[in-house]
Ligand binder design. Structure first.
Ligand SMILES: [Ca+2]
Ligand SMILES: [Ca+2]
Length: 341
């Protein structure tokens, strides 16, 4: 499992033109740096904890008595149909195994990491932006839902009637991702995180309460009966439901067909210091550190091709380009950690 280091900082949480539950937008401070999964937790990874988990199958459309669906159990596909309670149990299990404090991100951590310095509805632009390079959402590819349900192969019927091809989708764009996808080639955000928008929505630790958001008001308790918030939208959602600020809520015991999760790990003071040093402009790319923390081997790679871009703490930037030319941007980094378990 690969984690990237997210710096401490401030951001505006919520969106003025968004849904009522995103109001009012307000400044929120992330007090401490933290590590966050580069990707959503996969079926293979979740299987180490619960070998019997079944991410399930999506029904094909069209033929009335179809017999085959689309499975989302691929080892590199993100785990879904995992309740908030089970996601938290996975985090507890991984904490014991790794000696680190592994948990789900709070809503604030999630939105802050998703935005990566951006103030727009998506880290790559607005709701009408072409998302095909950045996110696996409900695009024209969802036409292929309508197909021969007796065939092992995917045999789309592109001349399907509107009564069969009814899945809401954004027909303007082709992101190439059909259901959930691990290897879609989508670009990471400025902090090296993939699939924050789309692919599968992600549980956060936070209970679904109105804003203003407060870390300490009880909404981030690790148990309780309140609904919990999922973020980021999925392959089944059009752009408006995948915005940085968009909130969905489900019961904590509820497995959801398009909701998975990614983990965060509390950063140690040492790691925060390193990050601050990097943010101040010291070039550490090209080196490689191996840290042994607790019982878990952590490898921090700083090869140029895996570098994230860390803007200066006092001058947040949403894109490498705004930091200068590509060569310079690629030298500013660097935190990629592999938790082996
Ligand atoms: Ca898609
Ligand atoms: Ca996602």
């Amino acid at each position: 499992m690969e984690l990237v280091l997210i710096p401490a900082g401030e951001f505006i949480m919520g969106e003025a033109g968004g849904c009522l539950d995103e109001q009012p937008p307000a400044r929120v401070r992330i007090e401490k740096a933290f590590w966050m999964g580069r990707l959503e937790v996969s079926n293979e990874q979740f299987g180490c904890f619960d070998a019997l988990h079944d991410s399930g199958v999506e029904s094909r459309f069209s033929m009335q008595f179809g017999v085959r669906g689309f499975y989302v159990n691929g080892p590199r596909q993100p785990v879904v149909r995992v309740s908030w309670e089970k996601a938290m149990a996975f985090c507890d299990w991984l904490s014991r195994k790794s000696g680190q404090r592994v948990t789900l991100p709070t809503e604030a951590q999630w939105e802050y990491a998703c935005r990566a310095g951006s103030a727009s509805p998506f880290y790559y632009g607005g709701v009408d932006a072409d998302f095909s390079k950045f996110a696996n959402l409900a695009d024209i590819t969802l036409r292929e839902y309508v197909c021969n349900t007796y065939s092992k192969a995917r045999e789309p019927w592109f001349n399907a009637s509107k009564y069969d091809d009814w899945t809401p989708k954004d027909m303007r764009f082709n992101d190439g991702g059909f259901l959930s996808d691990r290897v879609g080639g989508y670009q990471a955000n400025a902090w090296g995180l993939h699939h924050m928008h789309g692919n599968v929505a992600e549980w956060t630790r936070s209970a679904y309460r109105p804003y203003p958001y407060r870390d300490g008001d009880g909404r981030n308790r690790s148990s309780g009966p309140e609904k919990r918030v999922a973020r980021g939208g999925s392959w089944r959602d059009r752009p408006a439901e995948a915005r940085s600020a968009y909130r969905q809520a489900y019961e904590p015991y509820q497995p959801v067909f398009n909701v998975g999760f990614r983990v965060v790990v509390e950063a140690t003071p040492d790691q925060e210091t390193v990050l601050q040093t990097e943010a101040d402009g010291i070039d550490r790319c090209g080196g490689k550190n191996v840290l042994r923390l607790g019982q878990c081997l952590w490898r921090t790679t700083t090869a140029a091709d895996s570098c994230g871009v860390w803007p200066r703490a006092s001058n947040w930037s949403s894109s490498p380009a705004s930091l200068g030319n590509k060569a310079r941007a690629s030298k500013r980094s660097c935190g990629l950690t592999v938790v082996e378990f």
